[in-house]
Design a protein around this ligand. Structure first.
Ligand SMILES: NC(=O)c1ccc[n+]([C@@H]2O[C@H](COP(=O)([O-])OP(=O)(O)OC[C@H]3O[C@@H](n4cnc5c(N)ncnc54)[C@H](OP(=O)(O)O)[C@@H]3O)[C@@H](O)[C@H]2O)c1
Length: 420
């Protein structure tokens, strides 16, 4: 049986999951794939794992994987940006195949690999939605289709925080602490709660689904840290959950891509994707609406997708991603042209006439209200909460910047889009 020699970079969470699966399934996988799989070398900063059972050589030099002519596939699981970028690029230049779970490098530098890919393949299934084979699903399983939209919950940390705020009636800060305690959030949670990690993943989904270059800088990103437990409660009274969504929509020749916290109607399955779970909903012309869901992170779940990429390389399936490296076919627009319904919360001094002033200002800007209620609170304060009918982003923004100057306002206006 012909063999495939693997060079593994990193010995952290995902790499250890990969080694665990490999240790348990090596024989079965080799039989299924018709190729003998062998881990020839492991390179990482420190040797945290006994590699004896794999017969692999350990090195602290990442370059040793690239320089070794016997290595066919480099599996990059070190994370971070620059060292991983250097490793992937060097391996491709040496015509090695590369498997990576690194969404940051693919989203930000994916286009630069264009000139470096020759006979080697670059695969990154684990970079988006962990265990869910969404790139295979979109790139191969749905290749006949055009996509009108892709909507995902692709960041488990944000989803856990908003779910916890809902279930425990806890604040954002309390829920973040709980996520950190359970190992669902990093000590520095910025990438997750600011929407950057989800934007990396959306960039990859968008490139793959629409055959576009990677355009991370065009994804509009809004984090979740301004969501309060009151918003979650009021949204629930209105029939919605608040979820961290990543959405790309196509209208004619234009794509609009955004990551933001959204009100999602309880009648949608996405509203019930809770905790660290991920999900992706795809709207397509022939296959219709498809829904994928599963664990978006975790050692074994993510490693499962890494092994899947390795299997495709072993089967010599050819890369499904050449179109990613193509030229821009569709423009990417900013959302000020788009329309959406919005949830608005105005925390005000409860004075006579303020309700009418706010609704009047909205009406003067052509923004109509679908539902509205007022909650009186202690100390002569009130929250006016409403859902608007669809309004142009720019019109609403202009109107809110005007209302924001009203003296009765106690806090900045809360505005959360409703997922259409
Ligand atoms: N964890 C998940 O659930 C998950 C899910 C989806 C995707 N991913 C992606 O998978 C990748 C790996 O994540 P992870 O959670 O496994 O990371 P991790 O636990 O932090 O492990 C990273 C490993 O790489 C080593 N390393 C880091 N930089 C290095 C360098 N410059 N040279 C040599 N070794 C280096 C580290 O060594 P030391 O520990 O000795 O420093 C560690 O063994 C990331 O791109 C991540 O975004 C992770």
């Amino acid at each position: 049986m012909e063999s495939i020699n693997i060079g593994l970079a990193g010995l952290g969470t995902v790499a250890q999951g990969f080694l665990e699966i490999f240790g348990q399934k090596k024989r079965v996988l080799s039989d299924k794939l018709g190729r003998e799989l062998k881990i020839a070398k492991v390179a990482s900063r420190s040797q945290k794992v006994d590699l004896e059972e794999f017969g692999a050589i350990f090195s602290t030099e990442l370059s040793s994987l690239v320089e070794d002519p016997a290595i066919d596939v480099v599996i990059e699981l070190i994370g971070g940006e620059q060292d991983a970028l250097g490793l992937i690029s060097a391996a491709l230049k040496k015509n090695k195949h590369v498997v990576t779970a690194n969404k940051e490098v693919i989203a930000k530098h994916g286009n630069s690999f264009r000139g470096e890919i020759d006979s080697g393949q670059l695969r990154f299934e684990a970079a988006v939605a962990g265990a869910i084979p969404i790139l295979q699903g979109i790139g191969v399983g749905m290749v006949a289709n055009d996509f009108s939209s892709i909507t995902g919950i692709v960041n488990g940390t944000s989803n856990y925080i908003l779910s916890n705020m809902s279930i425990e009636a806890a604040s954002f800060e309390e829920s973040l602490k709980q996520a950190q305690k359970l190992g669902f959030a990093e000590a520095d949670p910025g990438f997750d709660v600011d929407g950057i990690d989800a934007a990396h993943k959306l960039t990859i989904l968008m490139a793959l689904a629409y055959g576009q270059p990677f355009s991370f800088d065009k994804v509009v990103t809004e984090g979740i840290s301004h969501i309060t437990s009151s918003d979650i409660q009021y949204a629930s009274e209105l029939g919605f959950a608040i979820k961290p969504v990543a959405v790309v929509r196509r209208s004619e020749d234009t794509l609009a891509a955004m990551v933001y916290p959204a009100l999602v109607g309880f009648d949608r399955i996405l509203s019930r994707v809770n905790g660290v779970m991920n999900a992706v909903e795809v709207e397509s012309d022939y296959a219709g609406r498809l829904f994928f869901s599963g664990p978006g992170a975790g050692s074994l779940a993510t490693a499962s997708a890494v092994v899947s990429d390795l299997g495709l390389i072993a089967r010599n399936q050819g890369s499904v991603y050449p179109s990613l490296m193509g030229t821009e076919k569709l423009g990417v627009s900013y959302p000020d042209q788009s329309t959406s319904c919005c949830y608005l919360r105005f925390d005000v001094v409860d004075e006579k006439g303020i309700f009418a002033r706010i609704t009047g200002a909205l009406s003067d800007s052509g923004i109509s209200i679908d539902e509205v209620f007022q909650k009186n609170r202690d100390g002569g304060r009130a929250s006016i909460v409403m859902i608007t009918h669809p309004a142009r982003e720019k019109d609403l923004e202009d109107c809110l910047s005007n209302v924001g100057k009203f003296g009765e306002l106690l806090q900045p206006i809360q505005r959360i889009r409703v997922l259409s």
